[in-house]
Design a protein around this ligand. Structure first.
Ligand SMILES: [Zn+2]
Length: 264
């Protein structure tokens, strides 16, 4: 019997790719930032392009390819899932929301118009529409807090469903599904959500509905240096160091992220 080699399934976790954090700014003056959590001028130019050197928009170029390019069928993209993990605060006047805004400034409120007159708060340019792709490989998780992206949201069920499909359709064992982190990362998110939890604690096994213990541990977790940011550069550098310390992979260039995801 012929056993073809199973494909490599990649889950791209695109966190905080949102206008409140990553909209283009007219200049580097920090007072131009819409909130304290915004990536800032330098990060925005590095990721979204433009600036005096007319840099390319590397993060949207990567996501465009991950979604399959112009016709949605770019080679390799059928094995790439994208999970948008979005910060979201419905302004219900609750103490939690008010204190969050008091600390960081108002951000990620559904339905609000941003400083560029763009309605809504999701996406930086095209990624807003990409969230609506119905290709079975695009997922959106909305999180009301800063550090609870793993538990109490739809994040783990999405990962479980991707793993289940990978196993049933392609014969890929869940632990062989690989993770790639892009987008916004504070050091806390990096440690507890991006790499540490996935690599060392994993997710509950979907095959046993009564099992709430994390028993699927991903063997391959990467962070893309070129496609991620922290508000402070030193936090970004620490995140890269920690990723390596716990056995994750740091991908330097956008090309390395594409190669890792089988998209080139
Ligand atoms: Zn927030």
């Amino acid at each position: 019997m012929n056993h073809p080699t199973p494909p490599t399934i990649t889950v791209v976790i695109a966190q905080c790719v949102q206008r409140s954090f990553l909209s283009p700014l007219p200049g580097p003056d920090p007072r131009l930032k819409p909130c304290h959590l915004h990536a800032g001028y330098t990060n925005t130019v590095r990721l979204l392009g433009g600036g005096p050197s007319h840099l390319p928009n590397v993060i949207e170029d990567f996501l465009w390819r991950a979604h399959g390019g112009e016709n949605g069928n770019l080679a390799g993209s059928e094995f790439v899932h994208v999970i948008y993990v979005d910060d979201e605060h419905v302004d219900d006047g609750s103490e939690l929301v008010e204190s969050h805004f008091a600390q960081f400034g108002r951000h990620c409120v559904p339905g609000e118009v941003d400083t560029n007159g763009l309605e809504g708060y999701l996406g930086t340019g095209q990624t807003a529409e990409w969230r609506d792709l119905r290709n079975g490989r695009t997922h959106v998780v909305r999180t009301p807090g800063l550090n609870d992206n793993m538990y109490g949201t739809g994040f783990i069920p999405v990962l479980q469903s991707i793993c289940q499909e990978a196993e049933e359709v392609y014969g890929v064992r869940p632990e062989d599904v690989q993770i790639l982190n892009i987008g916004g990362w504070s050091i806390i998110k990096e440690l507890f959500c991006g790499v540490w939890e996935l690599l060392h604690h994993g997710i509950p096994d979907y095959r046993d509905p009564n099992n709430r213990e994390a028993t699927i541990r991903f063997k391959r977790v990467a962070l893309s240096d070129a496609l991620s940011y922290s508000v402070q550069r030193e936090h970004h550098n620490i995140a890269l160091d920690i990723t390596r310390m716990i056995g994750g992979v740091v991908l330097r260039t956008p090309q390395e992220a594409l190669a890792y995801s089988g998209l080139n």
